[in-house]
Structures are given as structure tokens and as C-alpha cells.
Design a protein around this ligand. Sequence first.
Ligand SMILES: Nc1ncnc2c1ncn2[C@@H]1O[C@H](COP(=O)(O)OP(=O)(O)O)[C@@H](O)[C@H]1O
Ligand SMILES: CC(=O)OP(=O)(O)O
Ligand SMILES: [Mg+2]
Length: 401
Amino acid sequence: MSSTRVLVLNSGSSSVKYQLLDMRDSSRLAVGLVERIGEESSRLRHTPLTTGETRGFTAVIPDHEAALKAVAAELAKDGLGLDSPELAAIGHRVVHGGKFFTEPTVIDDTVLAEIERLIPVAPLHNPANLTGIRTARALRPDLPQVAVFDTAFHTTMPESAARYAIDVKTADAHRIRRYGFHGTSHAYVSRATAELLGRAPEDVNVIVLHLGNGASASAVRGGRCVDTSMGLTPLEGLVMGTRSGDMDPAVIFHLMRVGGMSADEIDTLLNKKSGLVGLCGDNDMREIRRRIDEGDEEAQLAFDIYIHRLKKYIGAYYAVLGRVDAIAFTAGVGENAAPVREAALAGLEELGLVVDGELNAVRGDAPRLISPADARVAVAVVPTDEELEIATQTYALVKAS
Ligand SMILES: Nc1ncnc2c1ncn2[C@@H]1O[C@H](COP(=O)(O)OP(=O)(O)O)[C@@H](O)[C@H]1O
Ligand SMILES: CC(=O)OP(=O)(O)O
Ligand SMILES: [Mg+2]
């Protein structure tokens, strides 16, 4: 029997999302999520698609190694354990791949060392990715483990977009440049948007707005990324759930000199205590909308700042691309929050950007248009599927090798 299954691990700073897929038809056999890893009580939710019945429980899961072992135990209960001969590979989301990983890569010790070396520029993400890889390797040392990098899709950015305007020698010495993240999602969604329009990706210019807890925008010309809002780290760009996004870098010196804060304290402030949570105490857009409906001014201002930044990036990427065929909203906020989509494009009719109120209110899991039929620019909601994209890339690589 040939092996056709791929397990995908998307390890976040305090969570692991996973899917087991059968690549003969890309169908899902099991999906799940471990949350609040390292906290007092963690949560695991596991759904085998054979029964569709979700099993959820809380447990003490101190780290990503324990999380992956718990996932393996759940899979085994459904006869889908990691010891299965049908497993062809394990695909890992790796957030920072630097400049050199432009393709999915079979993981060996050299690749592991490089991912480790990049920890300082992805401190929230790469350590979790590494633990996931090491644990998976220990459980199945015989199996190919493949890294699919968030940065890979953005390596096509021209130097004019990728470089910061700082002293070149300093930048080169420390490999300071804009790498961009969420690339697996931007790649998948830009392609799915072209498909929705019935056109080839090579013929279409798309602005992708990936609005999850982390959020980023990208400008994609003919299937290739030409600009994206995240930079050296996933801190630059849009206002996010807990991250500030763009600001005057002098804020940091000011906080050091006048505020007496250390570099680590400011890092935590900007990555974990800023963005929507810093502005209004909540990072969940559902809760923010609920508060706005009750007349909460703090929540309203947080929302307005979020939208203002988003609108600036839409305008910027419109100019970068020159011609825009479609704007695609994706990830938790982009797929679900109709008021965000409406507000982000409000007043941009002169640019051909119009949202149809009724279409925007429709919910669903399929890619769909929310602009009127005669609109100059298509506006779309395109659910992302990073796990499917990682599985597809992983399977293609192991089949070819
Ligand atoms: N129905 C909804 N309405 C508005 N926002 C939502 C809804 N569902 C999820 N979200 C938002 O999506 C966010 C999570 O997005 P997701 O893409 O899953 O993020 P991540 O992958 O970074 O964890 C939540 O924090 C919340 O703000
Ligand atoms: C890179 C990044 O921001 O990822 P996430 O949205 O999963 O935190
Ligand atoms: Mg995400």
C-alpha cells in the first residue's frame, strides 16, 4: 500500500492546530486544536471526520512536546496514529525562513539549525515550530518532515520593497530586511481569488488582506508577491490583535530613555499588549463589535484605528499594483467580520471599490464575491486554508523525491 496521508502541524506560540489529510483527494481525516499550552489548564479539541464527533477536554499540557504527544494519542484512538504506514510525511508551518528558504524543504539537521538561528527575529513563533519538528521527528524518525515557510511566498518582493532605508552595511551585517509572513495564506488566497474570477493567476492583480489575530496585507501581481505589510518580524504593518503594527521607531528610544523600559519589556509591550488589546482591552473582533453596539467609545476608537490603518494599506497597494482586479478578505476577522470589510472600503468608490451590503452580510465557507456584478474591482471573501496548502506542498515534495 502506498502512503498517501500527510499530518500538518501549525504550532503557534501557545497553540497547535493540526490536520491529517488523505492526499488522494485532499480530504481531511482528522482536525484539531490544542490551546493555552503552558497555562494552568490547556484545552484539546479533536474531531475525526469519520464520525464528525468532536472530543474536547482540558488537561495540563506544559509545552509543545506534550501537546504533540497528546495529539498523537488522540489520533491513535481513531486508528489514525502516527505509527500508521499510510502516513507519507509530516508538514510543519515554520514562520521565519529568512531569505534563503524559498521553497518547501525536507528538514535535516542543517535546516533545523537555520530555523533555530532565526529565533531572534521570530521569538513568538520559531521556538514553537522547532519543538513541533523535534517531537515529530522523535516519534517518527523514518518519516520525511517538511518545513513550509511563511516567508517563502514573499521572497519575490523587489529590493525596493524589501529593503529598509537604513545604512546598508548595518542592514547587511544583521540581515535586516523585510521578509513578510503569512505567505502560505497569501499564496493560497491569491490563487483561489483568481479561480473565483475564472482567470489564471498570472493574469490577475490581487490585494490580499489576511486579518486574523496576526494580520497582514499583500500586493500580488500575476501570482507573485510584490509587497507585504510585515517586515523583519511579524510586528510591522497592520493593527493586530495584540501587536501595534507600524509606528515611529523613535517610540522605542523614548520608552527606553524616558520610560525606563528595557528592550525585552518593550518587545512584550508591542507584541503582546498593544494592537486592539492595548487600545481597548479586547482582541476579539466579536467582543469589540458587541461593545460598539452598546455604545462603548473605547471599543469604537480601537475599531476606527484598525480600519484607518487597513485603508491606508489598501490605498498603498492599489498604487503599488497600478491596476487591481480583486481585493480578498481572509482569516478569522476577514472571513467573518462584515463591518470590518464594509468600513475598510467605505468611501473608495472612486477607486472602483464597492461592497454590496446584502452580499456582505451573507455567511458561508465558500469563496464568494461581495461586490456588485458590475464593479470595476472584485471584492471577495476567500477562506484561507493554510493546512491544506502546507499538505499539498509537503506531499508534492515527498512524491517528487
Ligand atoms: N464571527 C466572527 N466575527 C468577528 N471576528 C471573528 C469571528 N470569528 C473569529 N473572529 C476573529 O478572528 C480572530 C482569529 O482569527 P484566526 O485567523 O483564527 O487567527 P490566528 O490564526 O492568528 O489564531 C479572533 O481573534 C477574532 O478576532
Ligand atoms: C506570522 C504571524 O503573525 O502568525 P500568526 O498570525 O499565526 O500569529
Ligand atoms: Mg493564523
